[in-house]
Design a protein around this ligand. Structure first.
Ligand code: ACO
Length: 704
């Protein structure tokens, strides 16, 4: 018996075990315990395999051990395939035996509320340093040694793609799909209930396993989004990550008081987090598979000049359209194109990109054009299109494609799109079978090439530097609100916080009498805005609690009386703390800057243009805080209405830097004061020079 005082952290024993046991290996064909054992044997696993079953005997020619302790030798990995009622004791026995990892395939734990048993299982394992994958998983496939310890399809092609799935059933289906698509896997694993090992543990291993080039993730949710982001941001440069995130349609079901909170569905935050950390998010499984196949097969493009070579004008135009849609840059240097392709196309063809070899092109024409494109250092990637015609015998075409692939495939990305009948389908299959990125639909080909470009995009992250703010002032306001037992700051308190954070807030005062109001307006300077100050009145304008453009003392007096009268009539029980007198500022472009708190990712920032752009069109962008100025610039440009800040229809350009500065400050503010749970600056009015906070809302959550 081996005893461990520390948990096993070397995951090579999980992915590359020297000897394995199947606890619950069944004598009956059709049972999971039988299939797992059979798959391990069929996968050509070279280590020792110990089937464990109290009945003893032999299964699939292997001697069966009646319990784990009768195995005389080390076991790195045990597959647990006994019912939940005995799984905990089976795990404990493995741990006592000194097994390093247990994969608990058994269902019936926390996913059905059986939390205590799951916890007990992990505790028992930890006592002896054993780690647990699962429970409720389908097992593991790993290309090295190789081992297929799953109850999924037996045939898995080894390769450089790691599939990590939060869904077991989908994971099993993906084993079949990758085999069907001839995609080679370095590993495929589901993480089930994540009682011990999480996706982060698995990612850490595959990032450094020397085989995996692309990680394909299926994610439903993450407990610790920040940790995931950090891990992914620090991955090796050559490692690519494609993710499918389920739940686009779900909007966060949290009770939120701010615009930012209500617009920040968890899915949008995932979107932002993926962008920030360089994960390519695919919209569908099919798109994900297309991208993964391309990333796994293609080298880094040396530049942006892409050439389309086609035998059909129509499909060429479709490809060019798709390039525009996805932002794939076509080589446009006519000199280069003429020089390279001028004499390989017929007179009625075109050397302009798309390079149209015309319908009469055969394998030789394709070879000539492709070879020239692939040899030329000024052309960095090629999209080869083929529409089936009787003029092009398929065999020589296939020979050409394979030859080009062999000669240049590891140096330059070549993406194929073949469209036509039975023959083309076969050709497509053959190419895919050889791990070459080939698609029927030209959109898929271009979208995949775009994914390749994005995967290699080097994003300068930029630093988050400290900025001075009046922290004491901010703390004072928050503390006084908390002491009153309130969770929402008054508008005037929120503006105090904004001022202390270094924002430009037009002068304001709270008047508790007509005299104070007159005095304040005189000091601030006309025109002013008057607004009731009350935590009990949310929609102040609707009840006549707000007056604009107050030009003189008389209007202040009348305004004060009117506001109090309206409040008395429409909100008789409201606690009125006074009337805010604020400087009325000229119109500008209204924006909204906000922050909210996500349970997984923590503080999240939002930016959008005000009014209908936010309220109706939901045209906003998010980022997980804190964010560098560089990332803020990307975030702002992501908003569709952003050009309004650049000046349209004769309007002048607005002070974009001031907006960026406001977002930057809010990012730092909410990180420094985590008790700020939600925050809206609405509007932040942007001028040619400067941006002013006209109104703000802040919610706090102070831990007692
Ligand atoms: N040690 C070892 N073997 C034992 C022990 C023991 N202490 N006690 C019993 N066994 C043997 C049994 O005798 C049996 O062998 P036999 O068929 O030769 O008699 C074998 O272990 C299996 O036990 P069964 O009681 O027959 O259990 P069964 O195979 O029906 O179910 C299983 C076990 C598969 C673990 C089941 O409980 C289960 O959880 N199924 C769901 C699995 C699943 O879906 N996981 C998630 C995958 S991902 C997804 O979502 C698809």
């Amino acid at each position: 018996m081996y005893l461990y005082s520390l948990s096993v952290t070397d995951f090579k024993y999980l992915f590359n075990p020297r000897h394995v046991a199947v606890v619950g290996a069944s004598h009956s064909e059709g049972k999971i315990g039988y299939t797992v054992l059979k798959n391990i044997i069929d996968s050509g696993y070279k280590g020792r395999i110990y089937p464990i079953n109290p009945k003893g005997g032999e299964i699939l020619g292997k001697k069966v051990y009646t319990d784990i302790f009768s195995v005389d030798g080390e076991i790195d990995l045990a597959l647990i395939v006994v019912p939940a009622s005995i799984a905990v004791s089976a795990v404990e026995a493995c741990a006592k035996k000194g097994v390093k990892f247990a994969i608990v395939i058994t269902s019936g734990f926390s996913e059905i509320g059986n939390i205590d048993a799951e916890r007990e299982m992990v505790e028992k394992a930890r006592e002896y340093g054993m780690r647990i994958l699962g429970p409720n998983v389908f097992g593991i496939y790993s290309a090295v040694p190789p081992i297929n310890a799953t109850f999924g399809p037996s045939k898995v092609r080894p390769g450089n793609i790691a599939v990590i799935s939060q869904s077991g059933a989908l994971g099993i289906a993906m084993i079949g799909k990758t085999a069907e698509e001839n995609m080679g896997l370095s590993t495929i694993v589901s993480i089930g209930n994540k009682a011990d090992i999480t996706e982060a543990d698995i990612l850490k291993y595959v990032f450094n396993d020397d085989i995996t080039k692309v990680a394909f993730l299926y994610i439903e949710g993450l407990e610790n989004g920040k940790e995931f982001m950090e891990l992914v941001k620090n991955k090796p440069d050559e490692m690519k990550i494609v993710a499918i995130k389920a739940g686009r349609s779900k909007v966060g079901a949290r009770a939120v008081a701010s615009h930012t909170g209500s617009l920040a569905g968890s899915d949008k935050i995932f979107d932002a987090a993926f962008k920030q950390s360089g994960v390519l998010r695919a919209d569908s499984l099919e798109e994900g598979f297309n991208w993964v196949a391309t990333l796994a097969a293609c080298p880094r493009p040396a530049g942006n000049n892409v050439v389309i070579i086609t035998n059909g004008g129509g499909i060429g135009v479709l490809a060019a359209d798709a390039c525009e849609k996805y932002g794939v840059k076509l080589a446009g240097d006519m000199e280069l194109l003429k020089r390279t392709f001028g004499d390989v196309i017929p007179k009625f063809g075109s050397y302009k990109n798309p390079v149209d070899l015309t319908g009469q092109a055969g394998g030789e024409d394709y070879r000539e054009a492709l070879e020239r494109a692939l040899k030329d250092d000024n052309i960095h990637a090629v999209i080869a299109l083929y529409c089936q015609t009787d003029m092009t015998p398929l065999e020589p075409l296939m020979d050409t494609f394979l030859e080009m692939q062999k000669k240049y495939g590891s140096k330059k990305p070549i993406i194929y799109s073949l469209f036509g009948g039975e023959g083309t389908a076969k050709l497509l299959e053959e190419l895919k079978g050889k791990g070459i990125p080939a698609f029927e639909d030209v959109e898929d080909a271009v979208s995949s090439l775009n994914a390749l470009y994005r995967a290699y995009e080097k994003k300068e992250e930029g630093k988050v530097e400290n900025i001075e703010m009046d922290e004491c002032g901010i703390r004072r306001v928050i503390q006084s609100v908390a002491e009153e037992g309130r969770r929402q700051l008054l508008g005037t308190e929120a503006k105090e916080v904004m001022k202390a954070a270094g924002m430009d807030v037009p002068p304001f005062r709270v008047a508790k009498s007509i005299n104070e109001a007159v005095e304040a307006a005189g000091e601030i300077g006309y025109p002013v805005v008057m607004k009731v100050v009350s935590e009990d009145i949310v929609h102040k304008t609707d009840i006549g609690g707000v007056l604009l453009d107050i030009d003189n003392e008389k209007e202040v007096v009348e305004g004060y009386e009117a506001i109090l009268r309206n409040c008395k009539q429409y909100a008789p029980k409201a606690n009125i703390r006074g009337v805010e007198i604020a400087k009325m500022v000229p119109d500008g472009v209204e924006t909204i800057v906000g922050a909210t708190t996500d349970p997984s990712f923590g503080k999240v920032l939002m930016f959008g243009l005000g009014g209908i752009y936010v309220e109706v069109l939901k045209d906003v962008a998010f980022r997980v805080a804190p964010v560098s100025r560089r990332e803020i610039s990307r975030m702002m440009r992501e908003v569709n209405s952003y050009p309004l800040l650049l000046g349209v229809r004769g309007e002048s350009r607005r002070d974009i830097d001031s907006v960026a500065d406001a977002i930057y400050r809010i990012g730092i503010l909410v990180n420094r004061f985590p008790e700020i749970s939600e925050l809206d600056i609405n509007p932040l009015v942007v001028y040619e020079k400067g941006a002013k906070v006209l109104d703000a809302r802040i919610n706090i959550e102070v831990k007692k």
